[in-house]
Design a protein. Structure first.
Length: 424
């Protein structure tokens, strides 16, 4: 695939059109609420003081209350002392370069996060802080693949995956997931997946679960099949896990859990790169603070690619991320699920009532809506249907054919709706 095939993001195009036409933006997945106060205060402290306050900032931020952090900011602004140099300090650390792989204490906080939530042990030496999950995935592709190699991608897909393949002269191999409204699920053909992985030029598979845009949460059985095929054929797995905490119960109210591949399938740990970000879970999409867990034998190469592409993630955000990684378990395991499930359910019910075909998502916060049951839209192309909604209803969505590379007809009567900005 040539870089000439790389195109502007249609998702962000629809966001710009929403702003232009004054439409409600249900196209791009960014929240309309603030990040938790604790991490905003940690960031403010970092930017204003420029310096750390203790030898163990992760522990301090974990135990500090919002009032403690507010008071420290006031102290920086008004009461310089030996312990708190104040806004006029002569030295500054946190607004300057960090080590390319990220602050050691922030990487230790990532490691502690996986130990606490997944009982998974990962050394800080095999963690790199990145410029969001987008860069984490791009760096993983360049670390593993060479021009002409093939990368397996499930479609519908997030639009960045084939574009990143194009930038690095890689060829996507698409495995199509098909919707079953009757069964309320998305599935793919195992034979199609096997054919793509067995290809002699296939070097990597990108796995996004919970999945954007369908909301599919890959099951243990599906993940085991993927792991086995990748091990048998010497293929790396690159995961995109930014919706890890947004999984919803099934019809029997049985919780769905996010599965961390190297923990659940340790035989795959040496060929799995975990890419993630705090952007969605912390409502901080503008911070561009992500990370990658990479196998030890890839750490030096991964960090070299990362260094030469972006140098580092924003230093002050790295510092503030320690307040995120030490948030209470209930924030990750309960609060986020309840928050987004209510929004997804409310919008899904509203769309269903007016004739849209909806498969209720198992995770993430998107709806892939079939508009053939809506008389005003059924004869329109996806872009024309999206523009009708923009002009006549005042809502911005994304045309469904934007998310397919092979089975484009599958997306011709669909658009994607983001539920994150719906207040339930």
């Amino acid at each position: 695939m040539s870089p000439k095939m790389v195109k502007e993001s249609v998702i962000r195009l629809m966001t710009r059109l929403a702003l232009k036409h004054g439409a409600v933006n249900l196209s791009q997945g960014f929240p309309n609420e603030c990040p938790p106060a604790k991490i905003r205060l940690a960031l403010a402290h970092a930017v204003l003081s420029g310096n750390v306050s203790s030898s163990n900032e992760a522990s301090r931020l974990s135990h500090a209350t919002e009032k403690d952090l507010s008071d420290s900011i006031v102290s920086v602004l008004t009461e310089a002392s030996d312990e708190t140099p104040g806004i006029g300090a002569l030295t500054d650390e946190l607004n300057q370069y960090s080590p390319p792989m990220g602050r050691a204490d922030a990487r230790r906080a990532v490691s502690a996060y996986y130990d606490r939530l997944y009982d998974y042990d990962i050394s800080e030496d095999n963690i790199t802080l990145t410029l969001g999950a987008t860069e984490a995935v791009a760096t993983a592709l360049r670390t593993i693949c060479c021009p002409g190699d093939k990368v397996v991608i499930f479609e519908p897909f997030h639009e960045i995956y084939p574009s990143q393949c194009g930038i690095f002269y890689l060829d996507p191999l698409y495995v199509t997931m098909h919707a079953s409204v009757d069964e309320g699920s998305w599935s793919y053909d195992y034979g199609e997946l096997k054919d793509a992985i067995v290809n002699s030029k296939t070097k990597a598979l990108i796995l996004n679960t919970p999945h954007n845009p369908t909301g599919k949460v890959f099951s243990h059985e599906e993940l085991k099949a993927i792991v086995d095929l990748c091990i048998e054929n010497d293929v790396y797995i690159i995961t995109d896990e930014i919706y890890e905490h947004m999984t919803y119960p099934d019809d029997n109210n049985t919780p769905r859990e996010h599965i961390l591949i190297p923990k659940e399938f340790p035989e795959a740990a040496g060929r799995t790169l975990i890419c993630n970000s705090l952007g969605k879970s912390a409502s901080a999409t503008g911070w561009r603070l992500g990370w990658c867990l990479h196998p030890p034998h890839l750490s030096d190469l991964y960090r070299g690619v990362h260094d030469q592409m972006v140098c580092m993630a924003p230093h002050a955000m790295q510092f503030a991320s320690m307040a995120y990684f030490t948030l209470p378990r209930d924030y990750f395991e309960k609060e986020l699920r309840v928050r987004y499930q209510s929004r997804v359910s409310m919008l899904a019910e509203a769309l269903d009532e007016v004739g849209f075909g909806i498969i209720h998502p198992e995770g993430a916060y998107y709806l892939f809506a079939d508009y053939r049951g809506v008389s005003q839209l059924r004869d329109l192309t996806p872009m024309d249907a999206a523009m009708y909604l923009m002009h006549e209803v005042g809502v911005a969505v994304v045309p469904g054919d934007n998310f397919y590379g092979k089975a484009i007809d599958e997306g011709k009567k669909i658009f994607k709706v983001c539920c994150v900005q719906v207040n339930g």
